[in-house]
Design a protein around this ligand. Structure first.
Ligand SMILES: [Zn+2]
Length: 489
């Protein structure tokens, strides 16, 4: 250690780490060998094996998916790894690493007390064992009486601990685990509001982020931070998920991958200005997400957690067609862009107007309307061919055709029939063609800036007309359109 490292103005105080190594090796490890001896066989070494996703005598070239301690310095052998691990676990548990995820996440991901308790409960139980009387707070330069003052003394009189790995060794790039399983992808898009991605699907991050940014760029203004949690599911099992329109499927994720998704999601919520303040709400949401993940739920949902905090959770089978996945993502994201759907005032207003299925249909219809038009711009020629071998004829034509198929499917003219979003998108289209709402307003999201949708309620005769006549369209010479009688009415 050089002086710059122990008295850094902006960076992290490295003495905290090196001194910790020292007293661990020559102090606690000697006194509590069963728990803390810095070699194989102690409880803390076992905990490390779990955190690394297996027992590795030397540093593996790649850690298993879901590992949360992934230090990749090959000069650091097993004992050295135990020391590094104990340092991370202990200081994280004491809150000393909470703001450092960006800096240390490639090596250590359980960086807060909450994450330690949720994903590394074994180390937590060891380090909090009351019999060990380990420090309950970190040294901060203000010492009183006994206890931690010895730490400070050691720091100034003893040379650098030999077990510390060389600080200059840059981790080789190739040994880093794949991005998809290790970090929250953060892409800042328009208006300073972020879309972050936790992607445990086999679809590349770059594809999902490109599509998300494409959709986001259509918005005239965005005011929410969005987290997209994406994963794959296996074969359909079909048991209903209580309280949600999801079904169970074969779980493809490993338990440690699920734990990692949960840890990263929790971290994101804790970093959010609104959700960080709402402990009960946060834990309730997290409990649902875990349940869905562990049951292979075919999630497709946007959670309006706070007015400006949205979470999209979506699961699909690997091998889904690209056009289909694009549509899925764009639809859910549009909900996250819909500014007024998590606005209390707007929702109260709509409630007073008589909620019913109408409000739901309008929100879904607008989302699918946006989706058909926007996804159309994203399709490559190959996507289009793949989409529809009998000929894809543009977004509007396609919207009509799919709605027509839905009507034939369940022989119902109700907006609320199967595929409500696509049916309601036709209803939205009818209102656009009638001049009652603006096509551009839906596509740039401004329709949702001032609760315009509150006007679309059962006491509005125009809306009732659209609700009752949306299905009056036909195919004339391969061109789908509303019936003349409807348009002239
Ligand atoms: Zn929807």
């Amino acid at each position: 250690m050089v002086s710059k490292e122990t008295a850094p103005e902006y960076a992290f105080d490295a003495s905290l780490e090196e001194v910790h190594h020292l007293i661990l090796n020559y102090g606690w490890g000697e006194v509590y060998p069963d728990q803390l001896r810095q070699e194989a066989g102690s409880a803390i070494a076992d905990a490390m094996d779990i955190a690394r996703g297996g027992r590795f005598d030397s540093t593996p070239s790649q850690y298993p998916d879901g590992a949360w301690f992934t230090y990749d310095d090959w000069t650091c052998e097993y004992e050295c790894m135990v020391t590094e691990y104990t340092y991370w676990a202990h200081t994280s548990l004491l809150g000393g690493q909470a703001d450092r995820f960006d800096e240390i996440g490639h090596e250590w991901r359980a960086n807060t007390p909450e994450l330690m308790r949720s994903i590394d409960d074994y180390a937590t139980s060891i380090l909090q064992d009351p019999r060990l009387k380990l420090p309950k707070s970190l040294p901060d330069g203000n010492y009183r009486g006994m206890g931690l003052s010895t730490v400070d003394e050691l720091a100034t009189t003893v040379p650098t601990a030999t077990t510390a790995p060389p600080e200059t060794t840059a981790p080789p790039e190739t040994t880093a685990p794949p991005t998809t399983t290790t970090e929250v992808i953060n892409n800042s898009v328009s208006n300073d509001f972020k879309i972050d991605l936790i992607n445990f699907s086999s679809t590349p991050d770059s594809d999902l982020m490109n599509w998300a940014n494409f959709a986001s760029d259509k918005m005239s203004e965005r005011t929410s931070n969005i987290l997209v949690v994406a994963y794959n599911i296996g074969e359909y099992i079909g048991e209903e998920i209580p309280g949600m329109p999801f079904n169970s499927n074969e779980v493809i994720l490993s338990q440690s991958e699920i734990d990692l998704i949960m840890a990263q999601t929790e971290q994101w919520l804790l970093n959010d200005p609104c959700m960080s303040e709402q402990r009960g709400h946060r834990n309730e949401e997290l409990e649902s997400y875990r349940f869905w993940l562990e049951n292979g739920a075919d999630t497709s949902t946007q959670r309006g957690l706070c007015e400006e905090t949205r979470l999209v959770m979506m699961a699909w089978k690997d091998g889904i067609e690209t056009w289909n996945l694009q549509r899925f993502l764009v639809h859910e994201l549009y909900h996250a862009f819909q500014r007024d759907i998590a606005n209390e005032y707007c929702n109260d207003t709509i409630e007073r107007m008589g909620r019913g299925e109408h409000a739901h249909a309008v929100v879904e219809g607008a989302a699918d309307y946006f989706t058909f038009f926007t996804a159309d711009e994203m399709y490559t020629d190959a996507d289009r061919q793949n989409y529809d071998r009998i000929g894809y004829r543009g977004p509007l034509n396609n919207l009509f055709r799919e709605a027509s198929n839905l009507i034939n499917e369940d022989r119902s003219n109700d907006v609320t029939g199967s595929g409500i979003a696509t049916r309601a998108a036709i209803m939205v289209r009818l209102m656009v063609e009638k001049g009652w709402i603006s096509h551009e307003g839906i596509l740039d999201g401004s329709f949702h800036h001032n609760c315009e949708r509150a006007d679309l309620n059962p006491s509005n005769p125009d809306f009732v007309f659209a609700w009752e006549n949306w299905f009056q369209f036909e195919n004339q010479n391969e061109e789908w359109r509303f019936s003349d009688s409807i348009l002239s009415n």
